[in-house]
Design a protein around this ligand. Structure first.
Ligand SMILES: [Zn+2]
Length: 322
């Protein structure tokens, strides 16, 4: 048995159309997809490293041919398929209960039809979640949620987004990327408990211990675009702080972490898209190698399965309809 602590890596398979939709670009309605470029590249990197991961997929893609093919190939390669909603709307926390149920059910069904097991994990688009969502996840047999990002940078990201997005069609964007409450959210995994007594593990996306700045792939790439040396020092510091504070890092990646600007037309507004795909792939390989020097890496579902999560969030008893 290895003496190294356990960490996790997951990928949100956000497609080109989903970015355009959040950005308010009507081109999203044609559902442009970069999955045929991104998925083989991601599978190759994880295959080369001998790693299995968790891929959170969007139902709207999975009911389409290229998305179903992606899910089938990802599952066949031994990775976990998890649910990242059906419509990928970052204002999902405002949905009424019946709509939440439908978002989960449609994606679950599409995943099973594509040949993967029924998902056990969920991550809300744009880190959105609600008390109703926790209850619906429990009812549907889910074992964990991974929708929280304990950072203070979220509100800044929202301010940036609102400044750059077109003004029309602004439903709910004022609440994108979580509220200020996220700043005080726990960095360690914990349990939600519903009024009915069901429990659901919450596995937060890791942020830098103490500083609470993000360390997910897109943020690291943004730093890498400014200075590769700075990005390496930043990530090494994050891992050292995780070790020192007993935080098991949960690293979040996206297809844009391996795609260049020409492979994602219309995404020029998105940070890091000026870096060519090959350089991103080499950078991601360095990130995974460096993380493995200190941690054994598994997918998020495997992490939850292997770890006994004892912490209970103090304010976790959800009020009905709260
Ligand atoms: Zn997403």
């Amino acid at each position: 048995m290895s003496a190294r602590p356990l960490g996790s890596v997951s990928i949100d398979l956000d497609n080109l159309w989903a970015y355009l939709k959040t950005h308010g670009d009507s081109e999203w309605r044609r559902h442009p997809s970069f999955l045929p470029s991104a998925v083989p590249r991601l599978l190759e990197i994880f295959g080369e490293h001998g790693l299995t991961t968790t891929v959170f997929v969007v139902g709207t893609d999975v009911v389409r041919e290229d998305g179903a093919k992606a899910v089938n190939e990802i599952a066949a390669a031994g990775h976990e398929i998890a649910n990242h909603s059906f419509g990928h709307e970052p204002w999902l926390h405002r949905y009424p209960r019946d709509r939440l149920e439908e978002e989960l059910r449609l994606t679950d069904e599409a995943v099973v039809t594509a040949g993967a097991p029924h998902p056990l994990g969920f991550r809300g688009p744009g880190f959105s979640m609600s008390h109703d969502l926790v209850e619906v996840l429990c009812e549907r047999g889910y074992t964990y949620d991974a929708s929280t990002l304990p950072t203070w940078v979220g509100p800044l990201a929202r301010a940036y987004h609102n400044r750059t997005a077109p003004r029309a069609d602004n439903h709910g964007r004022d609440e994108l990327f979580g509220g200020f409450a996220r700043v005080l959210a726990p960095v360690h995994p914990y349990h939600w408990t519903t009024p009915g007594g069901s429990r659901l593990v919450e596995l937060p996306v890791t942020t830098m211990p103490l500083l609470r700045t993000p360390i997910h792939g897109s943020y690291l790439l943004q730093l890498y675009g400014m200075s590769p040396k700075l990005a390496r020092a930043y990530f090494r510091t994050a891992l050292k702080l995780c070790l020192a504070r007993g935080v098991a890092p949960s690293l979040l990646l996206h297809p844009t972490d391996v795609l260049g600007g020409t492979e994602a037309p219309g995404m020029e507004f998105f940070p890091g898209m000026a870096t060519p795909g090959e350089r991103k792939v080499a950078w991601l390989a360095w990130v995974l190698r460096t993380m493995r020097e200190h941690f054994d890496i598994v997918g998020t579902g495997e992490y939850v399965r292997r770890t006994e999560i004892r912490r209970l969030r103090p304010s976790t008893r959800l009020a009905a309809g709260g």
